[in-house]
Write a protein that binds this ligand. Structure first.
Ligand code: SF4
Ligand code: SF4
Length: 98
């Protein structure tokens, strides 16, 4: 399976309210309490839950390359929700600020 390319946009971490397994982390705004003030950096990165580990979760679910394709569609949708424009190309880091 190809490795997932994260553009570090932070959009997923700003929108966890709809994820039942993440309710212990969610703030009233919908963001994760472990997201740093820059809205890009996970403060518990090395110990983040498996739902936040895209490659590990894809391997666990055994979805193969369709998993990374699905994730990129999801990420683009979240990016458009947060920043109002499509996600950057996958070889670029996100420069948007929320
Ligand atoms: S929405 Fe996708 S690209 Fe953006 S930080 Fe989350 S996993 Fe990475
Ligand atoms: S635990 Fe870290 S990676 Fe997971 S949603 Fe929170 S800030 Fe994002």
């Amino acid at each position: 399976m190809s490795k997932f390319q994260c553009t570090n946009c932070g959009a997923c971490c700003l929108n966890i309210s709809m994820v039942p397994e993440m309710q212990d982390f969610v703030l009233p705004s919908g963001r994760c309490k472990n997201l740093d003030k820059d809205n890009k950096t996970c403060m518990i990165y090395d110990n983040r839950p498996i739902l936040c580990r895209v490659d590990d979760l894809g391997n666990y679910l055994r979805l193969g390359s369709s998993w990374t394709a699905l994730m990129h569609v999801t990420c683009n949708t979240l990016h458009e929700k947060v920043y109002g424009v499509p996600q950057e190309p996958l070889d670029q880091k996100c420069q948007h600020e929320s």
